[in-house]
Design a binder for this molecule. Structure first.
Ligand SMILES: Nc1ncnc2c1ncn2[C@@H]1O[C@H](COP(=O)(O)OP(=O)(O)OP(=O)(O)O)[C@@H](O)[C@H]1O
Ligand SMILES: [Mg+2]
Length: 423
């Protein structure tokens, strides 16, 4: 765009110079023609007067004719002033003297008989007037183009360069309703997303390193005990090391899966391996695991037998549902029931997990799907956990094109609804 503006300016400049040359060459031609006409009329005063009138009438000329002995011959009403001594000497020496528009000469130049001073108003031919307007028009166009196109584009380029150099706070700050405005808004949104992604990445790293620290510290203590103590202490230490390693493994697995399931514009970077499976079989396995892991709770599996076939990644979807039923058990008292039911709603399958636990306070409802978020009240229960279960479950479900929502009044338990497309 800048080069377009430069081109317009160069072209405008060319027209300006051309107009100026045309104007000055037109005047030069008139002076030459006038002197020649006067020279041809020399010796015939009446003819000289006729030429003078013609020059006045046709070309707007102002003429002063003086005989070489200094006596005036004729002059226009607003004729140029009389010769000053210096100009007179120069014209008598055969020179043509030009002072702005005023031209002084002696005729004939070699043997002067007549002294002439004449002046023409500047010539503005229609062509030149047009040229002048084109220059102005082009200059205005260049100005408008610069303001409306080149400047915003330059701002976007600067913004993109700042983004590329790592300054993710860069924004164009443009608010326009045209295509350039749409482009600027898209660029600003891109900047926002990049900045958000970097913040999440930093937060994730901080959280992961924080969560790794505790089991690693416990492992170190256990190893030191084993080193210093007897065989009994060493066996105990090995057991707790094994538990901590299990926790570490789980944490790393979860972080890894969450990271790979990060949805960018709806597409997950982790490839799902969907297969057709009966939902009932998948839920039965969830129930078996639950019974082994949570003997303190009852599981009520409703309507699973009639559940249809689904096309899902069975490993990932089971992981999501396991997390939901684990939460239901973790955050409810021993002896209570966790209900897992399936319903068909038109083209959707709805899987519902209900518990009779402590519920989620309204203030925390909006944050439970944030990585590493753990509720204030559940920390006190000492159940363990890092706050990745729901994040993971939602990403898995969304990668399948489904939705995951959590409802709770903060007092009487929690209901989590998972929907999937039915086949
Ligand atoms: N069924 C539930 N009842 C009460 N609170 C819940 C329930 N499910 C989730 N929450 C709240 O949401 C928070 C986030 O749940 P999430 O499953 O992501 O993490 P977590 O259970 O704390 O840890 P993790 O699942 O990583 O072991 C929990 O800490 C808790 O505050
Ligand atoms: Mg959980």
């Amino acid at each position: 765009m800048a080069s377009l503006v430069q081109l317009a300016l160069v072209f405008g400049g060319f027209l300006a110079v051309r107009s100026w040359l045309a104007v000055s060459s037109a005047n030069t031609a008139r002076v030459a023609a006038a002197l020649s006409m006067l020279e041809q009329a020399l010796g015939d005063d009446a003819r000289l007067l006729e030429v003078q009138r013609w020059l006045e009438r046709e070309w707007g000329g102002r003429v002063r004719l003086t005989r070489v002995d200094g006596t005036p011959l004729s002059q226009s009403p607003d004729a140029p002033p009389e010769f000053d001594a210096e100009t007179l000497a120069r014209v008598l020496a055969g020179e043509r003297v030009e002072d702005g528009d005023l031209v002084s000469a002696a005729l004939p130049a070699q043997a002067p008989r007549l002294l002439v001073r004449l002046e023409f108003a500047p010539v503005l031919l229609p062509r030149q007037v047009l040229g002048g307007f084109s220059v102005l028009g082009l200059a205005a166009l260049a100005w408008v183009l610069t303001r409306t196109v080149a400047q915003p584009v330059r701002r976007m380029v600067v913004m993109a360069e700042r983004l590329a150099s790592g300054d993710l706070s860069a924004r164009t700050g443009l608010t326009r309703r045209d295509e350039l405005g749409a482009l600027a808004t898209a660029l600003d949104a891109l900047g926002g997303r990049l900045q958000q992604a970097r913040l999440s990445e930093q937060e994730l790293l901080a959280n992961v390193s924080h969560e790794l620290r505790t089991p690693l510290a416990r492992i170190r203590v256990a190893l030191e005990l084993a080193e210093a103590g007897d065989a009994e202490a060493a066996r105990d230490s090995l057991r707790s090391i094994s538990t901590d390693l299990g926790e570490l493994q789980q944490l790393l697995d979860d972080v890894f899966t969450v990271a790979r399931l990060s949805t960018a514009g709806g597409s997950a970077s982790l490839t799902l391996r969907p297969v057709h499976v009966p939902l009932s079989a998948l839920l039965t396995r969830v129930a078996q695991r639950f019974v082994e892991l949570w003997p303190t709770h009852h599981l009520e599996l409703r309507d699973a037998a009639g559940a249809p076939m689904v096309c899902v990644d069975p490993v990932l979807l089971r992981r999501a549902v396991d997390n939901l039923v684990d939460n239901a058990a973790k955050y409810s008292d021993d002896g209570t029931t966790v209900r897992l039911s399936v319903r068909r709603r038109d083209a959707l399958l709805e899987l519902v997990v209900e518990d009779q636990g402590c519920g989620v306070p309204p203030a925390e409802l909006g944050r439970v799907f944030t990585p590493f978020f753990r509720g204030e009240h559940v920390r006190a229960r000492g159940t363990g956990g890092v706050g990745l279960g729901l994040t993971l479950a939602r990403r898995i479900v969304e990668a399948h094109g489904g939705t995951l929502r959590l409802e709770s009044d903060g007092v009487r338990g929690t209901t989590v609804r998972l929907t999937l497309q039915a086949l």
